[in-house]
Design a protein around this ligand. Structure first.
Ligand SMILES: [Zn+2]
Length: 83
């Protein structure tokens, strides 16, 4: 998951997919590559420049539900700021 600074949204992102509007309409609908989140994910992965947080399945479900419903997860933000 990635936190977007500008619009204060959290995204569910992997090496080839993202839940953002740009990727849905350009990456999937038009087949035009990746979004900035995927690019950032891949750069961070190559450089091992990320923070890994291990959560229980129920916590992950809560985080995903918050992102799906509200575009951001307060639970995720609490976990990031507490570690
Ligand atoms: Zn994206």
């Amino acid at each position: 998951m990635a936190r977007e600074k500008g619009s204060h949204r959290d995204h569910i992102v992997g090496p080839t997919s993202c839940d953002c509007e740009y990727f849905l309409f350009h990456g999937i609908l038009e087949g035009e590559g990746s979004c900035i989140h995927i690019q950032a994910y891949n750069i961070a992965s190559r450089n091992e420049s990320f923070r890994k947080i291990v959560v229980k399945r129920e916590e992950l479900k809560e985080i995903l539900t918050e992102i799906f419903a509200y575009g951001k997860s307060l639970k995720l933000r609490k976990l990031i700021s507490s570690r």
